[in-house]
Every structure is written in structure tokens, then in C-alpha cells.
Design a binder for this molecule. Structure first.
Ligand SMILES: [Zn+2]
Length: 123
């Protein structure tokens, strides 16, 4: 196997092939248009590795959403603070929910990429 670099995270974030890390596994470069953001190629255009596309990885997406929700909560607490004396607790939940919803196209794509990296059989 020949890798472009030793760090796997940039290749996961860019949606590169899990085997050669050069070819794109998504048909669209970005998440827009949203309808085609999760469409993958059948085989890597660079190394012909078969890309597993049987699942949209809802479990991984759920885990990522929970992590982002938590960081949204912490971000709100750092910027505006949370106290029991006013509605800041409810506002922080709404803030976190908005962040998770707005980032969902990227989270879905990232979770599918992680799924592909975990379950692709090389050969
Ligand atoms: Zn490849």
C-alpha cells in the first residue's frame, strides 16, 4: 500500500479512498447539492478498490452528533455562561441543537466515510 501521507484524518475529512487515499469516494466534491452528497463511486478511480456503500452509517452519525452536541453545549457555556437563574440552560440546548442540525450534511458524510474506512475489505 502506498500512502500520500501517514496521517489518516485529513484523508477521512476529504473523503479519500481508504486504500490508496488519493481517489475521491464521493461523486460530488462538496456536500452541495444535498441530494447527492452521500453518493459514492462503485470503485476508486485511482486504485480500483471496491467501495462499500451498503449503509449510511446511522450509528456512527448518532455518535458524532452526540459529540458535536456536547461541544456545542460547552461552547455556549464558555461564551455566554450557564446559570440556573435564567433561561440560559434552555437556550444552550437550543444552541447545541441548531449547531447539530446545521452541521448534519457534513456529519452524515463524515460518518459514512468513517464507516467505509472501518468496513472496506481490501483486495
Ligand atoms: Zn483508491
Amino acid at each position: 500500500m502506498q500512502h500520500r501521507n501517514s496521517f489518516i484524518l485529513p484523508d477521512i475529512l476529504n473523503g479519500k479512498c481508504p486504500k490508496c487515499r488519493r481517489g475521491n469516494i464521493y461523486l460530488n466534491k462538496g456536500v452541495f447539492p444535498l441530494g447527492g452528497s452521500l453518493k459514492t463511486v462503485d470503485h476508486c478511480p485511482d486504485c480500483r478498490q471496491k467501495i462499500n456503500v451498503s449503509d449510511n452509517a446511522p450509528g456512527i452519525n448518532y455518535a458524532l452528533s452526540v459529540v458535536v452536541y456536547f461541544f456545542g453545549f460547552v461552547l455556549y457555556a464558555c461564551i455566554w455562561g450557564i446559570t440556573y437563574k435564567d433561561n440560559s440552560f434552555i437556550t444552550s440546548f437550543l444552541f447545541s441543537t441548531a449547531i447539530v442540525v446545521l452541521l448534519q450534511p457534513w456529519l452524515m458524510r463524515l460518518s459514512k466515510t468513517i464507516y467505509i474506512y472501518l468496513f472496506t475489505k481490501f483486495g
